[in-house]
Ligand binder design. Structure first.
Ligand SMILES: [Zn+2]
Length: 299
């Protein structure tokens, strides 16, 4: 993936290894990405017959805030969010032997949708790479070809976002991630390192770097994305999110803004603790700090 590698190493991006919790199957992982919480193992049983997601999540909040969301890909999303998308085309993941049509069914919409101005969030869930894993494992010769197809799709989307930015001067965000990894045998569901390690790359001109500033991915939790996307989109953080704001995303904002974002995350986490941990008690307020005369705190 030469284009993606360039973005990760030298481009305007932040990249991470996001740790997914088991079960490493699609429905609970999509929920973890969007609610920031860790649903129970019951979701493995429900994975093929997913009901609407009722728990507080980024998609429901975004829709409530008037964001127009378009979705193409794995139909699990359409089951979880049946009334949330202004436009969608779901693809069944049932025919695991197919790794071409499942992705063409997503890609065929791209040229048109990227030219349109009538949406705020576009979600694409490609299935082909996962299916190749199931058929012939991570060392299959089909993998390289599929990754190169995905790399050119990422380049197409990124190029389109950059040209749109030139008109609006507002930075766009492109999120590249996997819902789960792939075991040495090509499957997933369990807790081996290969299954729980997922790639997360956040690409935006807001993360522009100086030449020579080469970075390597750091480790975070998959559940950190929900709080981070919420803060980025100006939405409330989902109530049951246990995640932390991915700090490098805001490190170039003014200090006052950084503190505000961390405060929002802390208040939400404290509320979650208060509601779920009976022994939780808020400690006594610390005595106000002594300010030297004439140096009263402002604001
Ligand atoms: Zn799979």
């Amino acid at each position: 993936m030469p284009y993606t590698t360039y973005l990760v190493e030298k481009g305007s991006s932040l990249s991470f290894v996001a740790e997914a919790k088991p079960p490493t199957v699609t429905m609970p992982r999509i929920k973890a990405l969007l609610t920031g919480s860790l649903p129970g193992f019951i979701d493995v049983v429900r994975n093929l017959n997913s009901p609407t997601l009722l728990e507080d999540n980024v998609i429901t909040r975004a829709k409530a805030a008037g964001k127009r969301i378009i979705f193409y890909g794995d139909e699990t999303w359409v089951k979880l969010f049946p009334k949330h998308f202004v436009e969608y085309d779901g693809t069944t993941s049932f025919f695991v032997s197919d790794y071409t049509e499942v992705d063409n069914n997503v890609t065929r919409h791209l040229d048109k949708v990227l030219k349109r101005q009538d949406w705020d969030v576009l979600i694409l869930h490609f299935l082909g790479l996962d299916h190749i894993g199931h058929i012939s494992g991570p060392s299959s010769p089909l993998i390289g070809h599929k990754l190169s197809e995905m790399d050119s799709i990422l380049m197409k989307i990124h190029t389109s976002l950059l040209s749109e930015e030139r008109d609006t001067l507002l930075p766009r965000l492109l999120v590249l991630c996997g819902d789960h990894g792939m075991s040495e045998a090509g499957g997933h569901g369990a807790s081996s390192m290969e299954e729980v390690n997922t790639a997360l790359v956040l690409i935006s001109s807001a993360f522009e770097r100086k030449p020579g500033d080469v970075r390597h991915p750091t480790r975070i939790q998959q559940t950190d994305l929900a709080a981070t996307l919420s803060i980025g989109l100006g939405l409330p953080i989902p109530k049951s999110s246990t995640g932390s704001l991915i700090f490098p995303v805001v490190e170039r904002r003014p200090l006052r803004e950084q503190l505000r974002f961390l405060h929002l995350n802390a208040v939400q986490l404290i509320k979650l603790l208060q509601e779920n941990v009976p022994s939780y008690e808020k400690g006594p307020r610390p005595a106000p700090a002594q300010c030297p005369a004439g140096a009263e705190p402002q604001g």
